[in-house]
Design a protein. Structure first.
Length: 320
């Protein structure tokens, strides 16, 4: 079952893939315009362009709901399609222009897929591209190796940039958005206005877990919270780790009463893990600091009332 974090990551990946598929369709069409294609060659071009265009449309319409394995299958299809398309043009220059489209696949794979997946699948796509270029008989091997060098460098640089971006906005243990990321999202919600709520979730007696069972046991508890199934949260919700044993849950479009129900659902899904939670609904004129202060006050009230509770802060700053 996919977590909420994985679902959001897949949505971003699908949006990026849609842009790249659209670029492949446009670039492939422009290359085809410069060719005198007839018979099977023309049919092959039309089929490849239709597949690329249809993939872009599918990713725009349904991308956020597609599982990772489907997105990975689309990446494979795109790489194989580019490799086969190199056989279509009569001029070697056009075949090399099509090969350049493989760089888009390299960027997509290097940024969004784990390193193990890249090592397992990318060599096959590159070998397919090399094989089809050499099979033509009119492309010098030096050009093929030059393209390989560029693709390798592009993949390495993209992977490094992805790792840097992940470290800046993700908690290294849980993989959830970190405090910096959740603060940015919260600032955007406040600036946009409208109805939304924020909840602070604190693990009860977490220090005792670390002291008695060790930090590895504490890490397992934190990871269980991070792997909360996406179905438990409403659409658009963001679960982030604030630090230590505290998490924040952003709930766009949910008023305070609805947010309390959502947070209780989280508590039920994490049965066996004690949670004290404070909820605050954004009020007109609230700053981020004011909103978080009311949520923190509600969290304190939950702990004072015996822990394992969800408290809703009133607009005045005291728990309702």
């Amino acid at each position: 079952m996919r977590t909420a974090t994985a679902r959001r990551s897949s949505a971003v990946m699908a949006e990026t893939m849609a842009v790249l598929c659209a670029a492949v369709t446009l670039a492939g069409g422009l290359v085809a315009l410069g060719q005198d294609l007839y018979g099977p060659r023309a049919v092959a071009v039309v089929v490849l362009l239709v597949v690329a265009g249809a993939s872009a449309v599918l990713l725009v319409v349904r991308g956020a709901s597609l599982p990772r394995r489907v997105l990975g299958g689309l990446v494979h299809t795109g790489g194989v399609g580019i490799g086969l398309a190199q056989l279509v043009p009569q001029e070697p220059q056009a075949a090399l222009a099509i090969t350049a489209l493989l760089s888009l696949v390299v960027v997509e794979v290097s940024y969004f897929f784990p390193a193990a997946w890249v090592r397992r699948h990318m060599p096959a796509l590159v070998l397919l591209s090399n094989g089809t270029l050499l099979l033509r008989g009119d492309v010098h091997v030096g050009y093929v190796l030059a393209i390989d060098a560029v693709l390798l460098a592009l993949g390495l640089v993209t992977s490094q940039l992805a790792e840097r971006a992940l470290g800046a906005h993700r908690d290294p243990l849980t993989g959830l958005p970190n405090r910096r990321s959740s603060d940015d999202r919260l600032q955007a919600l406040v600036a946009a206005g409208g109805t939304f709520s924020v909840a602070l979730l604190d693990l009860d007696h977490f220090k005792e877990v670390n002291d008695t069972a060790g930090h590895e046991a504490g890490d397992r508890v934190l990871l269980r919270v991070a792997r909360l199934p996406a179905r438990v949260l409403p659409p658009g919700a963001v679960l982030a780790r604030q630090g230590g044993d505290e998490f924040v849950l952003l709930l766009p479009g949910r008023d305070g009463d609805q947010a309390v129900v959502d947070v209780w659902r989280v508590c039920d899904a994490l049965a066996g893990i004690g949670l004290s939670c404070g909820v605050a609904q954004h009020q007109p004129g609230d700053t981020v600091a004011q909103l978080m202060r009311r949520a923190d006050g509600a969290l304190y009230a939950a702990k004072s009332a015996g822990r394992g509770r969800v408290e809703l802060a009133a607009a005045t700053g005291t728990p309702a």
